[in-house]
Ligand binder design. Structure first.
Ligand SMILES: Nc1nc2c(ncn2[C@@H]2O[C@H](COP(=O)(O)OP(=O)(O)OP(=O)(O)O)[C@@H](O)[C@H]2O)c(=O)[nH]1
Ligand SMILES: [Mg+2]
Length: 474
């Protein structure tokens, strides 16, 4: 699907840089660049004539994927705008699948916007957000999971986020979905053949059907389990540090961040307000929230702080419950425990440096939501590797995210759940020995959900939503 119009945008980040790139794609991308670009700049001479008397801008001489050094001139005034490197890409072998040009210019904001204005004045229109990638999708250069991965790569804030996004970008996630879908399509065609030719083909043996549906269900469940980890990788994990006053919460925050972010004193009740800071924990973006210590108090300011702690706990994905090995498990610890009992949490017995023989005993019991108990020292950092490992295990749910070739985003996760529901109905129908045309209906719904996941059958509205999240120029 080659689109009629030619679009242009500045593809590099706003601001000043060493170089910037203005990108253009569409049927007129090469011609427009040809009108602006010349391989020589000779002040005072006719710039459209080169030294070998060939008209400059003769795009017939351009080679796809080969960079050309030259100059851009204002078509109206003939003034030199910038010295540039132009890389033309001939469709379909380009990012968008159409003719495309990248103009590498100096990274000044004025010069970059002048070049963009020239492209627009000569027939291009300003690209919408994500429109380059949208064209790549519409022209079949990538499926929707890959297009969504482009956004993830751009927005990744840690190396791990980026690695998973890149593997989805390579199409691994898309091929996992396609693999399951192909099995189901084959199954459906066998059922349909049986319905169309009952004499010759007959009903599909239920054993065959169950085996394939079970296998596909298993594979989709693995994919679905990546959605939770994927959300944490994309959006970060909110981790509240809670505990009684003086347990060492702020010290823990500082030790994890490796700088003195929070005030630490030996006065109980030092932290009055919740304080947030982002940490890259082995590639997982973790939003750490230090909170006011929890205890019963008449101090009005402290009570407001404790109320905020409650809120931080409720809004968190995970709580680190910090206790103090010097005081042991006290009434105040029990107050904290009541607040975190239903939330995933890790008990941290802090200040182990002051009591090296300390052992976590049965008193430290907070219920089923407790993921692990670790003795740490916020002062010397001991036990913190174990803490990172415990958080990592919980985030990835012991799943081999790598095997899935990426993680599902919210849109894909919903469709995966829908496909699984349809497959469950197929299994139920088979169990109840219903006619095989009933199987076909649900099987078709499961296949449709998978087509929607990869974007091969998807509404205009969803496409618009997906690409609206991109920046202009991508
Ligand atoms: N030796 C030792 N002292 C620690 C450790 N962690 C914290 N402390 C000390 O314990 C005191 C309280 O530490 P904070 O980090 O302010 O405790 P907090 O839980 O944030 O206290 P509030 O903000 O009052 O709720 C300070 O004197 C810290 O130096 C530790 O692991 N070892
Ligand atoms: Mg504190």
């Amino acid at each position: 699907m080659i689109l009629e119009d030619t679009i242009a945008a500045i593809s590099t980040a706003p601001g000043t840089g060493a170089i910037a790139i203005v990108r253009m794609t569409g049927p007129a991308a090469w011609t427009i660049t040809g009108q602006l670009f010349s391989s020589e700049h000779k002040p005072g001479s006719m710039r459209r004539q080169s030294s070998d008397n060939k008209p400059i801008g003769q795009i017939g001489h351009w080679k796809s994927h080969v960079a050309m050094h030259g100059f851009l001139h204002d078509t109206g005034t003939d003034q030199l705008v910038d010295e540039v490197v132009v890389i033309p890409f001939k469709g379909p072998h380009s990012y968008t699948g159409e003719d495309l040009v990248e103009i590498n210019c100096h990274g000044g904001q004025i010069v970059t916007s002048e070049i963009l204005s020239l492209c627009l004045a000569n027939g291009a229109r300003l690209a919408r957000q994500g429109e380059f990638t949208q064209r790549a999708f519409l022209n079949g250069r990538m499926d929707l999971t890959q297009a969504e991965a482009v956004l993830d790569v751009i927005q990744a804030k840690t190396g791990l986020q980026s690695r998973f996004a890149v593997s989805a970008l390579k199409g691994e996630l898309g091929s996992q979905i396609q693999k399951v879908r192909n099995h189901l399509v084959e199954l459906l065609s066998r059922i349909v053949a049986g319905l169309d030719f009952p004499e010759e083909v007959g009903d599909l043996p239920l054993d065959d059907l169950e085996k394939i549906v079970e296998q596909c269900t298993k594979e989709l469940k693995v994919l679905l389990s990546t959605a939770r980890s994927g959300r944490f990788l994309r959006e970060g994990v909110r981790v509240a540090i809670a505990g009684k006053p003086n347990a060492g919460k702020s010290s823990l925050l500082n030790q994890l961040l490796k700088f003195e972010r929070a005030i630490v004193t030996d006065v109980p009740g030092t932290t009055r307000d919740s304080l947030e800071e982002l940490l890259d924990m082995n590639g997982i973006p973790v939003l750490l929230i230090d909170t006011a210590g929890i205890r019963s108090t008449d101090d009005q300011v402290e009570r407001i702080g404790i109320e905020r702690t409650r809120k931080a706990i409720v809004q968190s994905d995970l709580v680190l419950l910090v206790t103090d090995v010097l005081t042991g498990w006290t009434e105040d610890d029990k107050l904290v425990c009541d607040l975190v009992v239903d939330r995933p949490h890790i008990i941290l017995a802090n200040k182990i440096d002051l009591s090296p023989d300390f052992a976590l005993n049965e008193k430290y019991e907070t219920g089923l939501a407790c993921l692990s108990k670790i003795a740490i020292s916020a002062k010397d950092g001991s036990g913190l590797n174990e803490l990172s490992a415990a958080i990592e295990r919980w985030v990835f749910n012991d799943q081999q995210l790598k095997d899935a070739g990426g993680s599902l985003n919210a849109r894909q996760g919903e469709l995966c759940e829908r496909a699984l529901r349809s497959l469950a109905l197929v299994q139920e129908t088979a169990l109840n020995n219903m006619p095989q045309d009933c199987l076909a209906t649900d099987l078709k719904l499961a296949i449709d959900s998978l087509y929607e996941m990869s974007g091969e059958m998807v509404s205009e509205e969803i496409i618009t939503n997906v690409f609206a999240k991109f920046c202009i120029g991508k």
